[in-house]
Design a protein around this ligand. Structure first.
Ligand code: UGA
Length: 445
């Protein structure tokens, strides 16, 4: 059993702490936010993540996981300190490292025994060296330490399973001994362990996220072309995905990527490149295509409603940037709602769990109690998030409640033929949605 400190109990920190505890280690998780630590001590989770509450409860109960606001308590007797604090986006798209800096300084001032400091937060290439300097400068007495980069590859909504079943563990360090010790912590996960230097490990994280974002923008571009040429993007993705050089994942066309990672990381990578005089053309195209997805929804819905949104009521089904999370950060829903409102529409929304978070950042959007209340007297519905519960709606009932039977399906969760049969004016992404009923329905409208 090893003793581990985790600094920062946000998304990554809390999952890392709970999972390492579950692997049999003694973990002390620290945050400077007293309210958050007090709530965690009462068993209240600061974020929604399937399975996390139970995992935390079980490990606290077993005495393997504890929470504190005291660096002294967290670091005493500890060989490993993970830094998992937030790295929000700065004004120019660069990562804002103020929390990493504060954590490194306080670790330096507090540590009394040799320590391996492990960067889990996504940080610009070169941050590991910078953290080393900060610790060196702020130590009260000289105590040996080493900095290792260990980027996280956790997806919100499946973070625990991603932690416990990683495709790889990346460790960056020039200190072989430290890398070996951190590798030992990960051995129970039985994943390939790749050891590189610090900067390369930091780059692997950015390159991975940028590549996945590129796949998404690529398939969205193909979706646009499919629409123009009468092909079906869903089937194109399946047909491409069987080629192992391409792979089937992250080829789901839709409203583009959101969340706390891809938008920020692609921008930060482009910023790092630009600062060094490089011109990251591909990354710029990826971001541009992604931004256009949100404008496209507003244009398509306007078209479906006869050219104007003035006086129309539009319901958004889903607000979170993806299902199984209440995270609203960079969600397409935010820009889409703003675009609809700008066009003169009244916007309402329903999401199974993200409405509370959404309220604060989406002024003027009326939250509804369920999908049927949302549909009542709406002129159009937009599927923004592909929650499973939306796939099983009573669409006939929805159709009957709406003022106009217009559905724009931004996630392709419905079958165009079924929607046509039910009498909807239905459009989706990268598919030919025309149906025999289209003509009369449009004449009626
Ligand atoms: C992402 C990565 O998948 C993780 O590996 C990484 O560790 C994490 O960022 C991070 O850097 O912390 P996450 O942001 O939770 O995880 O979400 P994803 O499941 O990757 O989805 C990101 C966005 O892409 C969502 O808006 C999703 O709707 C969209 N997406 C995903 C598509 O539009 N199409 C796809 O085929 C896949």
């Amino acid at each position: 059993m090893k003793q581990i400190a985790v600094v920062g109990v946000g998304y990554v920190g809390l999952v890392t702490a709970a999972c390492f505890a579950d692997l049999g280690n003694k973990v002390i998780a620290l945050d400077i936010d007293e309210g958050r630590i007090a709530r965690l001590k009462r068993g209240e989770m600061p974020i929604y993540e399937p399975g996390l509450e139970e995992l935390v409860r079980r490990n606290v109960h077993a005495g393997r996981l504890a929470f504190t606001t005291s660096y002294r308590e967290a670091l005493d007797g500890t060989e490993f300190a993970f830094i998992a604090v937030g790295t929000p986006e700065g004004v120019d798209g660069e990562a804002d490292l103020r929390y990493v800096e504060a954590a490194a300084k306080t670790i330096a001032e507090t540590m009394r025994e040799p320590l391996i400091v492990i960067n889990k937060s996504t940080v610009p290439v070169g941050t590991g060296d910078w953290v080393s300097n900060i610790i060196r400068q702020h130590q009260r007495e000289e105590v040996p330490f080493s900095v290792v980069s260990c980027p996280e590859f956790l997806r919100e909504g499946s973070a625990i399973s991603d932690f416990m079943n990683p495709h790889r563990v990346v460790l960056g360090s020039t200190d072989k001994d430290a890398a070996e010790k951190v590798a030992q912590l990960h051995l129970p996960l039985r994943a390939p362990i790749i050891v590189t230097d610090l900067r390369t490990a930091e780059m692997i994280k950015y390159a991975s996220n940028a590549f996945l974002a590129t796949k998404i923008s690529f398939i969205n571009e193909i979706a646009n072309i499919c629409e123009a040429l009468g092909a079906n993007v869903e089937e194109v993705a399946v047909g491409m995905g069987y080629d192992p050089r391409i792979g089937p994942l992250f080829l789901k066309a839709g409203l583009g990527y959101g969340g706390s990672c891809f938008p920020k990381d692609v921008k930060a990578l482009a910023h790092m490149a630009k600062e060094k005089g490089r011109h990251p053309q591909l990354l710029h195209a990826v971001m541009e295509i992604n931004a256009d997805r949100r404008k496209m929804v507003v244009e398509r819905v306007t078209e479906l409603l006869g050219g104007s949104l003035e006086g129309k009521t539009i319901g958004m089904l889903g607000l979170a940037f993806k299902p199984n999370t209440d995270d609203m950060r960079e969600s397409p829903a935010i820009d889409i709602a703003a675009g609809l409102q700008e066009g003169g529409a009244t916007v309402r929304a329903y999401d199974p769990i993200a409405m509370e978070n959404a309220r604060a950042i989406m002024p003027g959007v009326n939250m509804c109690s369920d999908p049927y209340a949302l549909a009542t007297d709406s002129d159009a519905l937009i599927i923004v998030t592909d929650w499973n519960e939306f796939k099983q709606l009573d669409l006939e009932r929805i159709r009957g409640l709406m003022r106009e039977p217009v559905v724009f399906d931004g996630r392709n969760i419905y079958d165009p033929a079924v929607m046509c049969r039910l009498g909807f004016r239905y459009r989706s992404i990268g598919r030919d949605d025309t149906c025999d009923c289209d003509q009369p329905a449009e004449e009626e409208a």
